[in-house]
Ligand binder design. Structure first.
Ligand code: MN
Length: 169
């Protein structure tokens, strides 16, 4: 059976490991968003980033400077931000990681605060677990009948362990 190996050889992940000491979760969010914004036009701008990340332009400028020093970005004249080759590979990895976790939570049926939970999980997950999740996602997509069984499982009589909200301390 074909394994889902989308992350296994990702150079973006190697770059992430290398940069791990200097790259904070916030920096990862920037790189992911810059990659996202660059998908359409090939570049982004400080004001566009500030808007999409809901932060002030001066904070964006400071961060762009740091990421440029790490050779992940090219900050050109007139506020144009482009990804370097390393930056693009790292951004692509971070973007795929986000999509995979969001898809996983959606398949679970966890639609409540989907984005917030994805943001909390993505920065701390191991590559091995991420690969298993990617595999589970593709398994459910290849077998929609099993996914439907899973969705219906536990409706009414819940045999597995469950966590009720508002109980306990
Ligand atoms: Mn994200």
């Amino acid at each position: 059976m074909k394994q889902n190996t989308i992350f296994r050889t990702a150079r973006g992940y190697q770059l992430l490991l290398q940069a791990k000491k200097t790259l904070t979760p916030s920096m990862e969010d920037y790189m992911e968003m810059i990659y996202r914004n660059c998908l359409a036009e090939g570049y982004t701008r400080v004001n566009i980033l500030a808007e999409s990340l809901s932060v002030q332009a001066p904070s964006v400028s400071r961060m762009i400077q740091k990421l440029t020093e790490l050779e992940l970005l090219d900050f050109e004249k007139y506020g144009v931000i482009r990804l370097t080759e390393s930056g693009r590979e790292l951004g692509e990895f971070l973007y795929n990681r986000h999509q995979t976790i969001e898809e996983f939570l959606t398949l679970l049926g966890a639609t409540e605060s989907l984005l917030t939970e994805t943001e909390m999980i993505e920065h701390n997950i191991s590559l091995a677990t991420l690969n298993r999740i990617a595999q589970l996602n593709s398994f459910f997509k290849a077998n929609p009948d099993i996914h439907t069984q899973f969705q219906n499982y536990g409706d009414g009589s819940c045999s597995s362990r469950s966590f009720e909200q508002g109980e306990g301390s």
